[in-house]
Design a protein around this ligand. Structure first.
Ligand code: GAR
Length: 203
C-alpha cells in the first residue's frame, strides 16, 4: 500500500460524507488523496463541493449507456488513468457490478446509515424509525455484489430515546462524518489482519 493511497469517492447526492473525508485529509487525520469524485447524478451537490475544494469530479448518466457493464468499463478506464486504488462509496445509490468488483477486488467500501445487517437498502433511517427500534447507527463495510451485504468493518450505534427522525438523522450524519474517515485511516494504514481490524472497530 502506498503511503497516500489514491481514492475515488462515489456519491449520488449531497456529499457531506465526501466533504468530511476531504476535510480529514486536509487536517492530516487521514493519509489519502482524493483523485476523483464520481457521481451518477449530474445535478448532485457533491459536484459543487468538489469544485470548492479543487477536486476533480466526473458525472455520468447511467441511462445513456446500454448496460451497467458499459458504464462501469468507462469508469474503470477513468479510475485506472488516475491511478485510483480504492473506491469509497459515500451515498452512491447504485449496486456495483462485476466490472468494478473485479477491478477493485476487496478495495471498495461503503457507509450505510443503519447497524447492518438490520435495514439494508433504501431509506435505512426511515426503516429504523418505522420498526420501533431502540437504537440507530451506522456501518462501514466492504462492498460485494449484494445490497449492503459485504463484511462489516466498523459500526457505531446510539439510543434513539424518543427523538424524531430529523434529530436521529442529524446524529447519524455526525457519527458518519467521524467514523468514515477514522475507519479509512485504519484500513489504509494499519498492518493488522482483517479480523483484528474488525474487532478493533466494533463499538
Ligand atoms: C449517508 O447517510 C449514507 O450513509 C447513505 O446516504 C447518505 C449520503 O449522505 N447511504 C446509503 O443509504 C447507502 N445505502 P451524503 O451525500 O450527505 O454523504
Amino acid at each position: 500500500m502506498t503511503s497516500k493511497p489514491k481514492i475515488a469517492v462515489f456519491a449520488s447526492g449531497n456529499g457531506s460524507n465526501f466533504q468530511a473525508i476531504a476535510e480529514a485529509i486536509q487536517e492530516g487525520k487521514l493519509q489519502a488523496e482524493i483523485a476523483l469524485v464520481v457521481t451518477d447524478r449530474p445535478d448532485a451537490f457533491v459536484i459543487e463541493r468538489a469544485s470548492q475544494l479543487g477536486i476533480e469530479s466526473f458525472s455520468f448518466v447511467p441511462a445513456k449507456f446500454d448496460s451497467k457493464q458499459r458504464y462501469e468499463e468507462m469508469l474503470k478506464e477513468k479510475l485506472e488513468e488516475r491511478g485510483v486504488e480504492w473506491l469509497v462509496l459515500a451515498g452512491y445509490m447504485r449496486l456495483i457490478g462485476p466490472v468494478l468488483l473485479n477491478a477493485f477486488d476487496n478495495r471498495i467500501v461503503n457507509i450505510h446509515p443503519s447497524v447492518l445487517p438490520a435495514f439494508p437498502g433504501k431509506d435505512a433511517i426511515g426503516q429504523t424509525m418505522a420498526s420501533g427500534a431502540d437504537t440507530a447507527g451506522v456501518t462501514v463495510h466492504f462492498v460485494d455484489a449484494g445490497m449492503d451485504t459485504g463484511s462489516i468493518i466498523s459500526q457505531k450505534s446510539f439510543p434513539i430515546l424518543g427523538r424524531d427522525r430529523a434529530a436521529v438523522e442529524a446524529e447519524i450524519h455526525k457519527l458518519e462524518h467521524e467514523l468514515y474517515p477514522a475507519t479509512l485511516q485504519k484500513l489504509f494504514h494499519q498492518s493488522v489482519n482483517k479480523k483484528d481490524l474488525l474487532d478493533s472497530m466494533r463499538g
